[in-house]
Design a protein around this ligand. Sequence first.
Ligand SMILES: [Zn+2]
Length: 63
Amino acid sequence: MPNTMLKCSACGSTRVAVLINGKPYCTYCGSKILRTHLIRTLINMQREGLITSTIKIEEYADS
Ligand SMILES: [Zn+2]
């Protein structure tokens, strides 16, 4: 798959590094999206009681 055809779905950069949910992203946007995704996943797990609430995930959610 030629990377030259891909553009970052968030900022339009052609320096695509990762595919997330089938969409291309550059390193910068990709890491931001992955971080947000991970935090959401952790919050959901916390709500379902899969992990303890001693981890204050919400503190990281806004940045
Ligand atoms: Zn980008």
